[in-house]
Design a protein around this ligand. Structure first.
Ligand code: ZN
Ligand code: ZN
Length: 104
């Protein structure tokens, strides 16, 4: 009797700690169309929700430790730390300040 109840409680706790939705979806990601730059300076365009991207030229992972370098329409690289659904990054170059997210 007690064992069964403990087992049930344990199972319930496990489900609460690991909701399948969180496991299936990356927590931090870029949303929309972006130009991302790899460590070697290659640019790729990604669309929709992106949390992982391997450079199309050299195969390097563009997303590192929750950070990614996005390129603004004027070609300035901006390293950003992703925070959940990242939909907007303003270029950090003082006389640019353009939205780095691209229009489709
Ligand atoms: Zn590359
Ligand atoms: Zn810029």
């Amino acid at each position: 009797m007690t064992t069964t109840r403990r087992k049930a409680l344990f199972l319930a706790a496990t489900v609460v700690l690991m909701p399948p939705v969180l496991l299936a979806q990356p927590r931090n990601y870029l949303w929309g169309t972006w130009v991302v730059r790899c460590a070697k300076g290659h640019d790729d365009t990604v669309t929709d929700g992106t949390a992982q991207h391997k450079c199309e030229k050299c195969g390097a992972q563009v997303f590192r430790n929750g950070k990614v370098t996005v390129v603004c329409p004027n070609g300035h690289p901006n390293e950003v730390t992703l925070h959940e659904r990242t939909e907007s990054v303003i270029c950090n170059v003082a006389d640019c300040k353009k939205e780095c997210r691209r229009k489709k």
